[in-house]
Structures are given as C-alpha cells and as structure tokens.
Design a protein around this ligand. Structure first.
Ligand SMILES: [Zn+2]
Ligand SMILES: [Zn+2]
Length: 386
C-alpha cells in the first residue's frame, strides 16, 4: 500500500495510460514534435494560465499561478527517447523500429503531468508553478537551448526540481546527494591528417598509426594524474585508421573519447590537458589535427535546502531516503540548470533487479509514479507557501 501524499489526486490510471501512450510513440532528441503535441493537448485540458511552446526547440511549459506574488518553481521533465530497438513485447511497446523510451522519460513526463493536474485542481497559495518539458536531454543540448531561448526569460525560476528513476535501487527509495549529484562529461573528437602511400613503402607517407597508438595509451592515463583532487576519467569510445585497403598505408585517423570529472573546474582542466597532449603528439608525428567537442554536460550540483526538504517529505511519506556517499559518474543535462539556479535532481529507485537504463528490455516501472508525483507536488506546495 502506498502512503498518502499531500495533495496528490487519485489519477493513477489516467497518468499510467498517458505514460504508455508516450511509450508507444517515442521520438529521438530534437524531433519530439508529436510527443510535445500530446503533452500540450493533455495540459490544455487542465486550463493552465499559460502554455508556452517551442522553447529551445520542441520544449513547452505550462504555468499555474497563485493569487499573490511569490517564488516561481519549475518541475522539469524530458521529452526524448533513444535510438535503441525495444525487445519487450507488451501491447504498448514502441511502434517505431529502432527508437524507444529506455531512460524512463515517458514516466517522468507522466509524473510532471500529474503534478500539473494537482495544481490545476488547486492553484498554488503564492507565486507560480511551472511544468517544463525540455527536448534533447540525451545529447546534452536541450537544457542549454531552453535556457538560452528568449522565451525562457519569462519563466526564470527561483527553484527548479527534477527526478530520475534509478534501476539498482529499491522501488520508491529516494536517492539524494548534496552538492555534486551527477558528474560533468564531454565528448572529444580528434581528427588526424597525414598522407597515404603504398603499403610497400610506408616511409613515403605520413601515417597516423603511431600517434593513434600513443593517444590510446596516454589519454586514459592523463585522467589518473594525482593533481586532480576528485574523480576524473577518460574513456576511448571510437577509433578509425585509414580504409580497409591492404595495399595502402593509412593517411587519416579519427579517435573519439569521453572525458568525465566530478566538478566543472576539473572538467575544464582535464579537457585543456587532453587537447595539449594531443596537439603535442600530432606535431611530433608531423600530422595535421583538429579537435572538436560535443555533448557537453556540466555537473549537476544540488541545493542543500531543497534536498533537506525532499528528504523530510520522503520520510513523512514513509519512504526510505538514501543519502549516497559518492556522486554518480554519469551526466544529466539538468546540470545546465543548476549552474544558474537553485535546483535539485533526486533519484527514485526503480527496483533492485530492474533492467538498466538504456538497455533494450528496460521499461519505466509505473509503481513509482505515485511516490514521484507525491514528493514533487508536496515540495512545490511547500515552496509556494513561502
Ligand atoms: Zn538516458
Ligand atoms: Zn534520462
């Protein structure tokens, strides 16, 4: 049995149906047109004070205002699915080959819709509640683009809160960490240019092979240097040298790596050191070089006051609250929001043996929807009384 959550309407079935509908029609980052439309239709029924569309691409926000001025609180959910072929065969499985909701964003969207429904039934005491559905979380672009869209000016929050379901933790366990919750990361694309020659006369060309070999050995080690105070990591994710042609000594190569760091300062430092190292190697090997950066996620840094409130509300609702010792190594583009605003991203356990995020058999567990919506609703009610 679920405990009673303050202000949560008994709309489970409606929201579970919405979640399953979203699951059936997934869309990739940047292409969330129909998902955005489905959510807009759902929210329109609730008659919010305002719906703003096309924020940072396909994003949208609905606002519910109180009778007097007060703080503005944003609940953030994500619209995008992943390029993964679903292996489940339930009736609401993905209808799009090669695309599916494998991060539970369908569930997060339904939870935010439930919060909206609660505030539609009873407006906040003060201030404004906003449910924000952002696009492109999976590639780190959505939150950045939402923040930098002029439309965001009118919904700048005092507080912003989001949750993410986490397999590997007990169902409905609340997972919190003050300060860094999820680490920073960035993708690095290194292109090396030499000159091809006949494979019988490698000395007449400029092959990138030796440089690639050095990068593969030295880049991961760079992140292990003692001068980093916190966790840093460099993982090689892709390598390509020349073409498959046995008569040709290669003239070009591409190496890609993902860099991670506990905090934003050390992320900058690691990225700078990586670029210096690679440019030195290229000069030594007489190669042309270009370095590009992609999928940049700042660290998600949680506010202690908000975390304290979520902790207390979780316990009041009879949930287990787990204050984790170490930050998660993965990244969340919610970090773009916490860079500028007081925010909290908390985890909600999806079940110990639940399939992992981004795996083909994953599906959002509907059993955690009430706890998620309940905590968010009561947290917002409390913030909008201040
Ligand atoms: Zn994901
Ligand atoms: Zn996710």
């Amino acid at each position: 049995m679920f405990p009673k959550y303050m202000g949560l309407l008994p709309d489970r079935e409606l929201l579970v149906n919405l979640r399953k509908e979203l699951h059936k029609f997934p869309e990739l980052s940047g292409n969330e047109e129909m998902t955005s439309l489905r959510i807009t239709r759902f929210l329109q029924e609730l008659e919010p004070d305002e719906i703003t569309g096309n924020i940072g691409g396909k994003g949208l926000a609905a606002s519910f205002r109180g009778h007097s001025t007060g703080p503005r609180v944003i609940i953030r959910a994500e619209l995008d699915a992943l390029p993964i072929n679903e292996s489940n065969d339930f009736d609401y499985r993905s209808s799009v080959p090669g695309v599916s909701h494998k991060c539970g964003h369908d569930g997060h969207m339904a939870i935010a819709a439930w919060v909206a429904k609660n505030f539609a039934a009873e407006r906040p005491a003060k201030g404004e509640l906003i449910v924000l559905y952002q696009p492109s979380e999976e590639n780190g672009r959505g939150a950045y683009e939402v923040l930098n869209d002029p439309l965001f000016e009118s919904i700048r929050p005092d507080y912003i809160i989001a949750l993410h379901n986490l397999p590997g933790f007990e169902r409905n366990e609340i997972i919190l960490r003050d300060g860094v919750f999820a680490m920073a990361s960035v993708g690095m694309i290194i292109e090396l240019r030499g000159r091809t020659s006949h494979a019988a006369e490698p000395e007449k060309g400029v092959s990138p092979t030796k440089a690639v070999s050095r990068i593969l050995n030295e880049l991961p080690v760079l992140a292990e240097r003692k001068e980093f105070r916190h966790f840093t990591l460099a993982t090689i994710i892709h390598v390509k040298i020349g073409e498959v042609a046995f008569g040709t000594n290669p003239g070009e190569a591409v190496v890609m790596a993902t860099l991670r760091a506990y905090d934003n300062g050390e992320m900058e430092k690691l990225a700078g050191m990586a670029e210096t190292l690679i440019r030195e190697i290229a000069v030594k090997e007489r190669l042309g070089i270009s370095v590009r950066w992609t999928e940049k996620f700042p660290a998600t840094v949680n506010d202690e006051f908000l975390n304290g409130m979520i902790d207390r509300l979780g316990k009041e609702a009879g949930l287990k609250v787990n204050r984790i010792e170490n930050a998660f190594r993965w990244s969340e583009d919610f970090g773009w929001f916490t860079k500028q605003y007081r925010g909290s991203l908390f985890g909600i356990g999806a079940g110990k043996g639940h399939p992992q995020l981004h795996s083909p058999d994953y599906d959002f567990p509907d059993d955690i929807m009430e706890a998620g919506a309940g905590i968010l609703t009561s947290a917002c009610r409390e913030l909008l009384k201040i």
